[in-house]
Design a protein around this ligand. Sequence first.
Ligand code: PDD
Length: 283
Amino acid sequence: MSRFAYVNGTYARHEEASVHIEDRGFQFADGIYEVIYLYKGRLIDTEAHLDRMERSLREIHMDMPMSRRAMMPIIKELIRRNRLRTGLIYMQVTRGSSKRDFIFPEDTVPTLVITARRGAAFDPNKSLQGMKVMTMEDMRWARCDIKTTALLPASMCKQVALDAGYSDAWLVNKEGFVTEGTSNNAWIVNAEGKLQTRPPSHEILNGITRKSIIELAQKEGIEIVEKPFTVEEAYNAREAFVTSASACVKPVTQIDDKVIANGAVGLTCEKIAKIYADFLEKA
Ligand code: PDD
Protein backbone atom coordinates (compact mmCIF):
# COMPACT_ATOMS: atom_id res chain seq x y z
CA MET A 1 0.00 0.00 0.00
CA SER A 2 1.41 3.41 -0.85
CA ARG A 3 1.63 5.92 1.93
CA PHE A 4 0.65 9.56 1.79
CA ALA A 5 2.15 12.62 3.41
CA TYR A 6 0.66 16.06 3.77
CA VAL A 7 2.99 18.82 2.52
CA ASN A 8 1.83 22.43 2.43
CA GLY A 9 -1.70 21.88 1.25
CA THR A 10 -1.35 18.66 -0.74
CA TYR A 11 -1.51 14.96 0.01
CA ALA A 12 1.50 13.60 -1.83
CA ARG A 13 2.71 10.04 -2.26
CA HIS A 14 5.18 9.52 0.53
CA GLU A 15 8.10 8.67 -1.75
CA GLU A 16 7.49 11.79 -3.84
CA ALA A 17 6.72 14.25 -1.03
CA SER A 18 9.38 16.95 -0.73
CA VAL A 19 10.24 20.45 0.46
CA HIS A 20 12.54 23.00 -1.14
CA ILE A 21 16.34 22.85 -0.70
CA GLU A 22 16.22 26.35 0.80
CA ASP A 23 13.77 25.26 3.46
CA ARG A 24 15.08 26.52 6.78
CA GLY A 25 14.25 23.18 8.34
CA PHE A 26 16.92 21.69 6.07
CA GLN A 27 19.37 24.61 6.23
CA PHE A 28 19.18 25.53 9.92
CA ALA A 29 16.99 22.91 11.65
CA ASP A 30 14.77 25.96 12.04
CA GLY A 31 11.62 24.13 12.97
CA ILE A 32 9.76 22.12 15.54
CA TYR A 33 7.80 18.88 15.52
CA GLU A 34 5.23 16.88 17.40
CA VAL A 35 4.44 13.19 17.58
CA ILE A 36 0.95 11.98 18.42
CA TYR A 37 0.11 8.36 19.11
CA LEU A 38 -2.85 6.95 17.23
CA TYR A 39 -4.26 4.04 19.19
CA LYS A 40 -7.00 1.92 17.62
CA GLY A 41 -8.30 4.88 15.66
CA ARG A 42 -8.05 7.37 18.52
CA LEU A 43 -5.54 10.20 18.70
CA ILE A 44 -4.05 10.34 22.18
CA ASP A 45 -3.72 13.63 24.08
CA THR A 46 -4.15 15.70 20.91
CA GLU A 47 -4.88 18.98 22.69
CA ALA A 48 -1.82 18.66 24.92
CA HIS A 49 0.38 17.95 21.88
CA LEU A 50 -1.04 20.94 20.02
CA ASP A 51 -0.55 23.09 23.13
CA ARG A 52 3.10 22.03 23.21
CA MET A 53 3.43 22.63 19.47
CA GLU A 54 2.09 26.14 19.94
CA ARG A 55 4.51 26.70 22.83
CA SER A 56 7.53 25.37 20.89
CA LEU A 57 6.62 27.67 18.00
CA ARG A 58 6.16 30.63 20.30
CA GLU A 59 9.61 30.03 21.81
CA ILE A 60 11.16 30.23 18.33
CA HIS A 61 9.03 33.27 17.45
CA MET A 62 6.58 31.55 15.16
CA ASP A 63 2.81 31.19 15.08
CA MET A 64 0.85 28.02 14.44
CA PRO A 65 0.79 27.48 10.67
CA MET A 66 -3.02 27.18 10.82
CA SER A 67 -5.76 26.95 13.40
CA ARG A 68 -6.40 23.69 15.22
CA ARG A 69 -9.83 23.57 13.60
CA ALA A 70 -8.16 23.57 10.21
CA MET A 71 -5.42 21.13 11.21
CA MET A 72 -7.57 18.37 12.69
CA PRO A 73 -9.42 17.48 9.45
CA ILE A 74 -6.03 17.26 7.68
CA ILE A 75 -4.69 14.83 10.28
CA LYS A 76 -7.86 12.76 10.05
CA GLU A 77 -7.78 12.72 6.26
CA LEU A 78 -4.14 11.59 6.32
CA ILE A 79 -5.02 8.77 8.71
CA ARG A 80 -7.85 7.78 6.39
CA ARG A 81 -5.69 7.87 3.26
CA ASN A 82 -3.02 5.79 4.97
CA ARG A 83 -5.66 3.38 6.31
CA LEU A 84 -4.14 3.60 9.74
CA ARG A 85 -5.65 2.29 12.98
CA THR A 86 -2.60 2.38 15.21
CA GLY A 87 0.61 4.29 14.64
CA LEU A 88 2.31 7.64 14.91
CA ILE A 89 1.44 11.03 13.44
CA TYR A 90 4.48 13.27 12.91
CA MET A 91 3.88 16.98 12.44
CA GLN A 92 6.73 19.21 11.47
CA VAL A 93 6.66 22.98 11.08
CA THR A 94 9.60 25.00 9.77
CA ARG A 95 10.06 28.71 9.17
CA GLY A 96 9.68 28.01 5.47
CA SER A 97 11.84 28.45 2.43
CA SER A 98 14.04 31.51 2.03
CA LYS A 99 17.49 32.59 0.77
CA ARG A 100 20.06 31.27 3.22
CA ASP A 101 20.55 33.79 5.99
CA PHE A 102 21.02 33.45 9.75
CA ILE A 103 18.51 36.24 10.33
CA PHE A 104 14.89 35.11 10.45
CA PRO A 105 13.29 36.04 7.14
CA GLU A 106 10.15 38.14 7.19
CA ASP A 107 6.95 37.04 5.48
CA THR A 108 7.95 33.48 4.63
CA VAL A 109 5.17 30.93 4.52
CA PRO A 110 5.87 28.23 7.10
CA THR A 111 6.30 24.68 5.90
CA LEU A 112 3.90 22.15 7.38
CA VAL A 113 4.58 18.46 6.85
CA ILE A 114 2.44 15.74 8.40
CA THR A 115 3.27 12.06 8.04
CA ALA A 116 1.58 8.99 9.43
CA ARG A 117 3.11 5.60 9.98
CA ARG A 118 1.90 2.29 11.23
CA GLY A 119 2.93 1.14 14.69
CA ALA A 120 2.11 -1.49 17.25
CA ALA A 121 -0.75 -1.19 19.71
CA PHE A 122 0.68 -0.81 23.19
CA ASP A 123 0.01 -3.99 25.10
CA PRO A 124 1.51 -4.16 28.60
CA ASN A 125 1.27 -7.95 28.51
CA LYS A 126 3.44 -8.13 25.40
CA SER A 127 5.37 -4.87 25.19
CA LEU A 128 7.16 -4.88 28.53
CA GLN A 129 10.59 -6.05 27.43
CA GLY A 130 13.32 -4.64 29.65
CA MET A 131 15.96 -2.58 27.85
CA LYS A 132 19.54 -1.63 28.61
CA VAL A 133 20.51 2.04 28.60
CA MET A 134 23.95 3.63 28.61
CA THR A 135 24.57 6.89 30.44
CA MET A 136 26.53 9.63 28.70
CA GLU A 137 27.03 13.37 28.72
CA ASP A 138 24.00 15.38 27.67
CA MET A 139 25.57 17.38 24.86
CA ARG A 140 22.34 18.88 23.54
CA TRP A 141 21.52 22.60 23.72
CA ALA A 142 20.20 24.70 26.61
CA ARG A 143 16.54 24.66 25.45
CA CYS A 144 15.55 21.00 25.42
CA ASP A 145 12.01 22.10 26.38
CA ILE A 146 11.52 23.16 22.76
CA LYS A 147 10.70 20.17 20.56
CA THR A 148 13.07 21.25 17.84
CA THR A 149 13.90 19.22 14.76
CA ALA A 150 17.61 19.69 15.61
CA LEU A 151 17.92 16.08 16.70
CA LEU A 152 21.53 15.37 15.71
CA PRO A 153 22.96 15.36 19.28
CA ALA A 154 20.22 13.00 20.45
CA SER A 155 20.72 10.85 17.36
CA MET A 156 24.50 10.72 17.94
CA CYS A 157 24.02 9.71 21.56
CA LYS A 158 21.60 6.96 20.63
CA GLN A 159 24.02 5.67 17.98
CA VAL A 160 26.89 5.53 20.52
CA ALA A 161 24.62 3.54 22.84
CA LEU A 162 23.55 1.19 20.06
CA ASP A 163 27.15 0.62 18.92
CA ALA A 164 28.02 -0.32 22.50
CA GLY A 165 25.21 -2.89 22.63
CA TYR A 166 22.57 -0.83 24.45
CA SER A 167 19.08 0.19 23.29
CA ASP A 168 19.20 3.86 24.25
CA ALA A 169 21.17 6.49 26.14
CA TRP A 170 20.28 8.23 29.38
CA LEU A 171 21.71 11.72 29.16
CA VAL A 172 23.51 13.19 32.14
CA ASN A 173 24.05 16.89 32.88
CA LYS A 174 27.24 18.52 34.23
CA GLU A 175 26.06 18.07 37.83
CA GLY A 176 25.70 14.31 37.35
CA PHE A 177 21.88 14.23 37.17
CA VAL A 178 20.04 12.23 34.54
CA THR A 179 18.09 14.58 32.30
CA GLU A 180 16.15 12.18 30.03
CA GLY A 181 16.48 9.55 27.32
CA THR A 182 17.29 10.53 23.74
CA SER A 183 13.57 10.58 22.88
CA ASN A 184 11.78 9.80 26.13
CA ASN A 185 11.48 10.85 29.76
CA ALA A 186 13.34 8.88 32.42
CA TRP A 187 11.78 7.51 35.61
CA ILE A 188 12.94 5.45 38.56
CA VAL A 189 11.41 3.86 41.60
CA ASN A 190 13.93 5.16 44.08
CA ALA A 191 15.58 3.32 46.98
CA GLU A 192 12.70 4.45 49.26
CA GLY A 193 10.21 2.92 46.86
CA LYS A 194 8.87 6.23 45.51
CA LEU A 195 8.20 6.90 41.85
CA GLN A 196 10.56 9.68 40.76
CA THR A 197 11.08 11.74 37.61
CA ARG A 198 12.65 15.15 37.22
CA PRO A 199 10.44 18.26 37.04
CA PRO A 200 9.98 20.12 33.75
CA SER A 201 12.70 22.69 33.01
CA HIS A 202 14.73 23.87 30.04
CA GLU A 203 16.80 20.67 30.42
CA ILE A 204 14.09 18.25 29.29
CA LEU A 205 11.15 17.97 26.99
CA ASN A 206 8.00 18.18 29.09
CA GLY A 207 6.57 14.87 27.91
CA ILE A 208 2.85 14.59 27.32
CA THR A 209 2.97 10.89 28.25
CA ARG A 210 4.84 11.90 31.41
CA LYS A 211 2.11 14.41 32.28
CA SER A 212 -0.72 11.93 31.65
CA ILE A 213 1.02 9.25 33.71
CA ILE A 214 1.53 11.63 36.63
CA GLU A 215 -2.19 12.45 36.60
CA LEU A 216 -3.28 8.82 36.19
CA ALA A 217 -0.89 7.53 38.88
CA GLN A 218 -1.97 10.20 41.35
CA LYS A 219 -5.60 9.21 40.80
CA GLU A 220 -4.59 5.66 41.77
CA GLY A 221 -2.97 6.98 44.94
CA ILE A 222 0.60 6.41 43.71
CA GLU A 223 2.90 9.09 45.07
CA ILE A 224 5.26 10.80 42.63
CA VAL A 225 8.34 12.79 43.51
CA GLU A 226 9.31 15.34 40.84
CA LYS A 227 13.01 15.63 41.61
CA PRO A 228 16.20 15.08 39.62
CA PHE A 229 18.15 11.89 40.32
CA THR A 230 21.82 11.12 39.83
CA VAL A 231 23.33 8.25 37.88
CA GLU A 232 24.30 6.65 41.22
CA GLU A 233 20.68 6.88 42.39
CA ALA A 234 19.56 5.32 39.12
CA TYR A 235 22.02 2.42 39.62
CA ASN A 236 20.55 1.83 43.08
CA ALA A 237 16.93 2.25 41.98
CA ARG A 238 14.40 -0.53 42.54
CA GLU A 239 13.02 0.01 39.04
CA ALA A 240 13.56 2.22 36.02
CA PHE A 241 11.54 2.96 32.90
CA VAL A 242 10.95 5.52 30.18
CA THR A 243 7.83 7.12 28.73
CA SER A 244 7.00 8.69 25.36
CA ALA A 245 4.24 8.87 22.78
CA SER A 246 5.93 6.17 20.70
CA ALA A 247 7.08 3.78 23.46
CA CYS A 248 4.28 4.54 25.95
CA VAL A 249 5.88 2.84 28.98
CA LYS A 250 9.13 0.89 28.52
CA PRO A 251 11.05 -0.77 31.34
CA VAL A 252 14.78 -0.29 31.80
CA THR A 253 16.41 -3.29 33.45
CA GLN A 254 20.06 -2.35 33.05
CA ILE A 255 21.89 1.00 33.26
CA ASP A 256 25.51 0.80 32.07
CA ASP A 257 26.81 -2.45 33.58
CA LYS A 258 24.44 -2.28 36.56
CA VAL A 259 21.45 -4.59 36.47
CA ILE A 260 18.49 -2.84 38.11
CA ALA A 261 17.16 -4.82 41.06
CA ASN A 262 17.13 -8.43 39.84
CA GLY A 263 16.86 -7.57 36.15
CA ALA A 264 13.15 -8.33 35.97
CA VAL A 265 10.46 -5.78 35.08
CA GLY A 266 9.30 -4.18 38.32
CA LEU A 267 5.80 -4.18 39.79
CA THR A 268 5.39 -0.39 39.73
CA CYS A 269 6.37 -0.22 36.07
CA GLU A 270 3.90 -3.01 35.32
CA LYS A 271 1.19 -1.16 37.21
CA ILE A 272 1.90 2.14 35.44
CA ALA A 273 1.86 0.34 32.08
CA LYS A 274 -1.53 -1.21 32.91
CA ILE A 275 -2.98 2.12 34.05
CA TYR A 276 -1.73 3.75 30.86
CA ALA A 277 -3.10 0.92 28.69
CA ASP A 278 -6.52 1.36 30.34
CA PHE A 279 -6.32 5.08 29.63
CA LEU A 280 -5.55 4.36 25.95
CA GLU A 281 -8.52 1.98 25.74
CA LYS A 282 -10.85 4.63 27.13
CA ALA A 283 -9.40 7.66 25.31
N1 PDD B 1 9.89 11.85 21.50
N2 PDD B 1 12.05 13.68 25.71
C1 PDD B 1 12.46 13.77 24.43
C2 PDD B 1 13.82 14.30 24.16
C3 PDD B 1 11.61 13.37 23.39
O1 PDD B 1 12.02 13.47 22.11
C4 PDD B 1 10.33 12.85 23.71
C5 PDD B 1 9.36 12.43 22.63
C6 PDD B 1 9.95 12.77 25.07
C7 PDD B 1 8.61 12.26 25.49
O2 PDD B 1 7.59 13.16 25.14
P1 PDD B 1 6.11 12.65 24.80
O3 PDD B 1 5.68 11.85 25.98
O4 PDD B 1 5.34 13.88 24.65
O5 PDD B 1 6.19 11.82 23.55
C8 PDD B 1 10.84 13.21 26.03
C9 PDD B 1 9.03 11.54 20.40
C10 PDD B 1 8.12 10.41 20.68
C11 PDD B 1 9.87 11.35 19.16
O6 PDD B 1 10.78 12.13 18.99
O7 PDD B 1 9.60 10.47 18.36
